[in-house]
Design a binder for this molecule. Structure first.
Ligand code: P1T
Length: 437
């Protein structure tokens, strides 16, 4: 309501998010879709979005709720509608209101893309049907013969698309131990075009020095890409540390409720954006409007959820660290994490993913996981509910066994995503698991 009355009343024209695109009634009051234009309320609130984009002075929590999400001009609906349409009527061939076909663009998707871009403090956002569709689209920037230097610890599906899909198209991938930035520089050859990062990595939670690696990428004129799924822009903003492109699985914390699969790309580089936007339309891995709505809805509470996730995760990490049946705990927020200081220097919080190794074998680990009741045994992470999983058998099964063994993803290695339930209940649940080991 404050925003509704905040802007001058003489703003008649509604610039619908993109420059030159208008969803407002024209002067003759002709119909827009099924709505009679002359009955439309004054449209000035949509200006808020434009204003937000221009000033970009709002804080994270406010941007998550408002950027790209001005009330709908035809009805005043407070939420961005789910524009469940495949196509858009044109007045004459080529005369449209900025949308032609929903693979190319959809207003619910535009809202999400703008909001994501603002949260990552980038200029351009692109939304996808999954994290993997976003990752694939970034790889579309490359050509046969190009090489990517990446981390030796990555989400299993990212490793799989590198090795089992794009290697067949003539791309080459090399993997380095990522905690020493010099390892990236050493691996660069004439063929190298891209550096691909995760930090914290999945599932070993290694921390990569983003400033240092971004600098190396710039020096060698390489595209730097960073999967920010684990930290989220609430805790880490890679573009501000010099990274060119951020990717996300919005399925995770951004959506936040385990009810949608989605992905995103954010960049401030116009050239990369334009090519990826072209590929988004040409290849077509786009999210439906309902899914965009769900991610937008998740974003609104991202800051509140991340605080709670992290608060619980810190307590659980300490509990695990003290437990006699735990061999090792990996959580960047613990002083015992080898890169705790680096994490504290480039992140605003340590997230909610914890990995640990049981003092047990596969059978004992399976008993532990099967005994848990609140921690659901399931792939994925980042929802309000706590999840536990066994990377060697589940999320990282696509890594060859010798690679998993060399990394330490053993049979007794467990990854948990700490939810926002009451932490005492979560600890009781873990205790019941330990009783079975
Ligand atoms: O599942 P999808 O939305 O396609 O996202 C793929 C993806 C990309 N990047 C990271 C860092 C990820 O963790 C994922 C998906 N990860 C899991 C499903 C998991 O349980 O680790």
């Amino acid at each position: 309501m404050i925003l509704w009355t905040f802007w001058p009343k003489n703003l008649e024209e509604v610039n619908f998010r993109k420059k030159g695109v208008s969803l407002s009634p024209d002067k003759s009051g002709r119909r827009i879709s099924n709505f009679k234009c002359e009955t439309l309320p004054r449209q000035r609130r949509v200006r808020v979005t434009e204003k937000i984009k221009r000033t970009n002075k709002l804080k994270f929590e406010t941007k998550a709720i408002h950027v790209g999400q001005a009330p709908e001009p035809a009805t005043g609906a407070i939420n961005v509608p789910i524009f469940q349409t495949s196509t858009y009527v044109q007045k004459s061939p080529g005369a449209h209101k900025g949308y032609e076909y929903s693979r190319t663009g959809n207003p619910t998707r535009t809202a999400l893309e703008e909001c994501l871009a603002s949260l990552e403090e980038g200029k351009y956002g692109l939304a996808f049907a999954s994290g993997m569709a976003a990752i694939s689209t970034v790889l579309n920037l490359l050509k046969t013969g190009d090489q990517v230097v990446s981390c030796d610890d990555l989400y299993g599906g990212t490793y799989r698309i590198f090795e089992k899909v794009y290697r067949d198209y003539g791309l080459d991938f090399v993997y380095v131990e990522p905690t020493n930035p010099a390892n990236f520089e050493k691996a660069i050859t004439k063929k190298t075009k891209m550096i691909w990062l995760e930090t914290p990595t999945n599932p070993l939670l290694k921390i990569v020095d983003l400033r240092a690696v971004a600098k190396i990428a710039r020096k060698h004129k390489l595209i730097s890409v960073m999967d920010n799924t684990f930290a989220t822009p609430y805790f880490q903003k890679p573009l501000n540390l010099g990274i060119d492109i951020v990717v996300h699985s919005t399925t995770k914390f951004l959506g936040g409720h385990s009810d949608v699969i989605g992905g995103a790309i954010v960049t401030s580089n116009k050239k990369y954006y334009e090519r990826m936007k072209f590929c988004q339309n040409a290849v077509g891995g786009v999210p439906g409007p309902m899914d965009c709505f769900l991610v937008l809805r998740g974003l609104k509470t991202l800051s509140v959820r991340m605080k709670e996730h992290e608060k619980n995760a810190r307590k659980i990490a300490l509990f695990l660290q003290r437990h006699p049946k735990v061999k090792k705990v990996l959580y960047p927020g613990l002083n015992s994490h080898p890169q705790h200081k680096l994490a504290a220097g480039q992140m605003d919080g340590f997230g909610a993913i914890i990995s640990f190794v049981l003092k047990s074998n596969l059978a004992g680990t399976k008993r532990f996981l099967s005994k848990l009741k609140l921690f659901a045994l399931a792939e994925s992470l980042g929802g309000v509910e706590s999840l536990a999983e066994h990377p060697a058998i589940m999320t990282h099964a696509s890594l060859p066994k010798n690679v998993r063994d060399s990394l330490g993803i053993s049979d007794s290695f467990i990854r948990i995503s700490v939810g926002i339930e009451n932490v005492e209940d979560l600890i009781e649940d873990l205790k019941s698991g330990f009783a079975s080991v």
